[in-house]
Design a protein around this ligand. Sequence first.
Ligand code: NAD
Length: 363
Amino acid sequence: MYNQVVEEDIRSIGEDLKPIANKLSGKTLLITGGAGFLGNYFLLTIEHLNKNVLTEPCKVISVDNFITGMKYQIGESGNFKAIKHDIVKPLKIDEKIDYIIHAAGIGSPKFYRIYKIETIDVGVLGTRNVLEMAKEKKVKSFMFFSSSEVYGDPDPRFVPTPETYYGNVSCTGPRSNYDESKRLGETLCVAYNEMHNIPVKMVRPFNVYGPGMREDDYRVIPNFVANAFKGNPLPIYGEGHQTRTFCYITDAMIGFFKMLLSEHNKESFNVGTQEGETSMEELAGMIAEIFGNKVQVRKAPGLNDAYGKSEPKRRCPDITKIRTLLDYHPKVDLRTGLKRFIKWAAEEYSIKSEIVTEVKNSF
Ligand SMILES: NC(=O)c1ccc[n+]([C@@H]2O[C@H](COP(=O)([O-])OP(=O)(O)OC[C@H]3O[C@@H](n4cnc5c(N)ncnc54)[C@H](O)[C@@H]3O)[C@@H](O)[C@H]2O)c1
């Protein structure tokens, strides 16, 4: 029914979650941003758990205003309700709610430089609204999607970056509307914990990628891959020496669920992979190689002011905390994850070109 790569991913996540998933049995989960990349993986995973693992189904309510979200991968049913709503405005829900995942946000620099104020609003006012709901519903767990961007451009002495690093962030620079709203979002979570005892967790994902990212998302992996399919050169902004670590979606989802279902409240956790810090030049080279070296790599001006000089020079998490407290061990290496993403994209982006046919046939 779904794309084969997605189906395999969901099965693999479901298998790994079996030991802890039953906490969701018979519960209701509210997710904001459910129509986005990560949101859809949450919905698909819960649908899979409902069919295969849980004794009683987990009901899910998703709230999304589609500012960047495209569509839901699952249909509405007795266990899934979709509400079109801007979470910046208060929301009333009659049902009981046991768990909340606040994933609504505008995470791609392409979009957060277009929607500058909306990005701040969803990180701050949106977070506050959802925290109010957590208070009213007395939830068992509340997870806020913060970001590795709370660290800004880290001092090289703090790379790999542990959760204890305070960050090196401009409050007025081209990335500030995103970074600072995530920082204040975390501050709000901590304040609601201290004032109202809400069991909050703040997750800081490091460059999660995988099926479901928009072709025009402009985050680096979908950007390179979309260009490669069109036969365009892969555009490197700046010198190409900036590094990232990339975490394939299946690994990230395990980390997210382990956090949500844990008792580690008032804690921030890095989720990502510590292995394989890769420069943009190296990443472009790797993708070009997967495409049979039929595409070129070229330096190009950034799409907007958040690229090039404003980009953090290095981004690599220290994952000791989540590894030791939550037994989190990412296992998909970059080349494997890229091939899975490219295989999915070849189906989904519906680009008709020789290169697509060749890539499809090569997996
Ligand atoms: N993917 C990553 O690597 C990554 C890294 C760090 C942080 N994050 C954070 O994780 C969350 C999910 O990321 P994603 O990659 O799935 O992004 P995404 O853009 O694919 O999904 C975000 C969703 O939130 C929705 N949304 C935005 N503002 C809203 C509002 N005011 N009300 C209701 N819905 C709204 C969008 O329409 C979209 O469907 C975001 O908060 C993002 O900032 C993601």
